[in-house]
Design a protein around this ligand. Structure first.
Ligand code: ADP
Ligand code: MG
Length: 250
């Protein structure tokens, strides 16, 4: 078997050579006057009220704000899980409103990795199977599925836990599986919605440090929604949301 270090180097080379898709003006994400208004009965609830956003490639960006400020809605619109009521969302230079539902699903599978607060793992599957499943759905060949799943689990420090099921792992370990799964398809963009929400602060820091490493080593752009002050130390940029608007970007 090929030594792990050699595999790692080979893989790194691929990552280095990969050219991140951006729009002509160099942004991975752009939103223009983005509105998302939910209709609840006769009432209209504006979750996003004219968000203008630009994110450069390879950045680790926090979307902060209190509960209800619109963080999840913003991430969902950027990741193609939700459609804006008005305004533009461009990711890798592509206007998502140009894609029909089927194309959007395909696009999401290929381009975006999602990490959730409650991990979102299938309880009857092992760590390995949880990661491998994503690759199978994407139609990746058996051998590549195997290698890629092991690579991603190694990257998040779970080489010794591949055969464990979620309930045999700590919350931090489960979230690492969640991150390995998000990385499986080699996406250029990762969206993490309150990924430390169910973890203690020490474990939360470990997860943030891992995200930081993933941004550096895998050259992804990472958006993390959180209301935790911990994130400030780890990210390149903080976007502050208040009542569906960006009030501060630094
Ligand atoms: P956050 O993630 O910052 O807590 P959300 O994006 O979940 O904020 O919610 C923003 C606002 O939109 C809140 O007022 C919330 O109640 C409302 N909202 C979110 N999702 C829905 C929905 N599916 N239907 C109706 N209102 C919603
Ligand atoms: Mg939320």
């Amino acid at each position: 078997m090929e030594p792990l270090a050699a595999k790692w180097q080979k893989r790194k080379k691929v990552v280095m050579e990969r050219k991140t898709n951006t729009s002509s003006n160099g942004y991975v994400i752009e939103t223009e006057d983005l509105w998302r208004v939910y209709k609840v009965g006769l009432q209209e609830v504006p979750a996003l009220r004219g968000v203008n956003l630009k994110v450069e490639p390879g950045r680790f960006v926090a979307v902060k704000g209190r509960s209800g400020s619109g963080k999840t809605t913003l991430l969902n619109c950027i990741g193609g899980l939700d459609r804006p009521t008005s305004g533009v969302v461009r990711v890798f230079g592509r206007d998502l409103s140009d894609l029909n539902e089927e194309q959007l699903t395909q696009w999401r599978r290929e381009q975006v990795g999602f990490v959730f607060q409650s991990f979102g793992l299938l309880p009857t599957l092992s760590a390995y199977e949880n990661v491998e499943l994503i690759l199978r759905i994407a139609g990746v060949g058996v051998r590549e599925c195997h290698e890629r799943a092991l690579y991603c689990l190694e990257l998040v420090g779970l080489s010794k836990w591949v055969h464990h099921r979620p309930y045999e792992m700590s919350g931090g370990q489960q979230q690492r599986v969640g991150i390995a799964r998000a990385l499986a398809n080699n996406p250029q963009l990762i969206l993490a919605d309150e990924p430390m929400g169910e973890l203690d602060s020490t474990t939360g820091r470990e997860i943030l440090a891992l995200f930081r490493r993933v941004v550096e080593e895998e050259r992804v752009t990472l958006l993390i929604a959180s209301h935790d002050v911990l994130v400030d130390e780890y990210v390149d940029e903080v976007l502050q949301l208040k009542d569906g608007q960006i009030v501060r970007q630094n």
